[in-house]
Ligand binder design. Structure first.
Ligand code: MRU
Length: 354
């Protein structure tokens, strides 16, 4: 375990670590410059870490929230053993408010709440809840490995792919969704080139995707977001492969801002679009992408490059951090339960019933 905290040995699979009763997150804001962990002592601190992007990526947010629920229940039990259940409301609310778009957050909280309902009033809830959080974590890794294989099967030998944001081990319990497919396809010798959009303004592509893939020995070429259409025109892309933060019942896909842009360019050039996401990302309660809450963050993120202010003083800023790609522009949604080609509501319902 010690070695996991040695900066030279940390990998993207160490992003969320429960160690000796404590929750540690690899601080993704500091990567790749610095490999450092943040220790979280409470659910409120965990909510703060999600809101401030210490951890990000839909499945990773869900896994972190599950561990946050363990911290909430443990603290409540320690302060009033008989009343722990009625004492955790404020901390659970803080977790719920941490970020609005990734449905995995709410999915994980609700799964933990369902288990809580079955636990006796007397008795420490920490161990059963921790076991559930670890199961959520392990299931996510297993789902990613399955999706890696299923997605790679769709990709022909000699293909070139482009990805957006970071949908890798850092963004999940481990291995990654879109990057899981890229890893599996690369291991199968099918990819001749991987391109990564830098992904303004948080630069998840430049900082995180490039770091992960290079660590894994996958050669990756970085480009500015606006360069993707030109790359496609030059015949350098066969597949757009991305993750998702929430998929609506009709197959509309919310993902990092710029994904829609990439899909529009891909369709113009008759290229394929693959969305890779576990079923914990699918929200059948929302009929379409129009109902997905899109997070709008502080304009200061756009006014600056890193810590350097670049925008003219006084300019107005619009900073939505996700967009919706209509199902009609998606060729395949790859989940751990199977692949949905040309998604629509009927096919999504069939997938979720299985
Ligand atoms: O704002 P972020 O970094 O949390 O956004 C992450 C993304 O948009 C990812 O593509 C998505 O969560 C899928 S991660 C497997």
């Amino acid at each position: 375990m010690q070695s996991r905290f040695d900066p030279d040995q940390v990998t993207a699979d160490d992003a969320i670590v429960w160690h000796e009763g404590k929750l540690f997150l690899l601080d993704q804001r500091a990567l790749p410059k610095q490999v450092t962990f943040v220790e979280l002592k409470s659910a409120t601190e965990t909510a703060g870490a999600i809101a401030e992007m210490v951890v990000r990526g839909a499945p990773a947010i869900g896994v972190t929230a599950a561990y946050g629920m363990v911290l909430a229940a443990r603290a409540a039990y320690q302060s009033d053993a008989g009343q722990w259940r009625s004492r955790i409301g404020a901390e659970v609310d803080a977790l719920r408010r941490s970020r609005p778009t990734a449905v995995n957050l709410f999915w994980a909280i609700e799964r933990m709440e369902r288990l809580m309902e079955t636990l006796p009033d007397e008795g420490d809830p920490t161990e059963p809840l921790l076991a559930e959080a670890k199961t959520i974590h392990e299931e996510d890794i297993a789902a990613n490995r399955t999706m890696g294989d299923l997605g790679a099967e769709l990709i022909a030998s000699g293909s070139k792919v482009i990805t957006h944001c970071n949908a890798g081990a850092l963004a999940t319990g481990g291995y990654g969704t879109a990057l899981g497919v890229i890893r599996s396809a690369f291991a199968a010798g099918k990819l001749t080139r991987v391109y990564a959009d830098e992904t303004r303004p948080w630069l998840q592509g430049a900082r995180l995707t490039a770091w992960e893939l290079l660590q894994d020995g996958v050669p990756v070429t970085l480009l500015a977001d606006g360069a993707a259409a030109s790359l496609m025109r030059q015949g350098e892309v066969d597949w757009v492969v991305v993750g998702s933060d929430r998929i609506a019942a009709n197959g509309d896909v919310a993902n990092k801002i710029g994904t829609y842009h990439l899909a529009v360019a891909a369709k113009h050039h008759q290229l394929k679009v693959m969305v890779v996401a576990p079923t914990s990302t699918i929200d059948m309660s929302l009929p379409s992408g129009a109902e997905i809450p899109i997070e709008v963050r502080d304009g200061a993120e756009i006014e600056s490059c890193g810590k350097q202010r670049v925008a003219a003083a006084g300019v107005k800023v619009w900073n939505p951090v996700f967009d919706v790609t209509p199902a009609g522009m998606v060729d395949a949604i790859v989940t751990e339960k199977g692949v949905v080609l040309a998604p629509n509501e009927e096919k999504m319902r069939k997938l979720m019933i299985n």
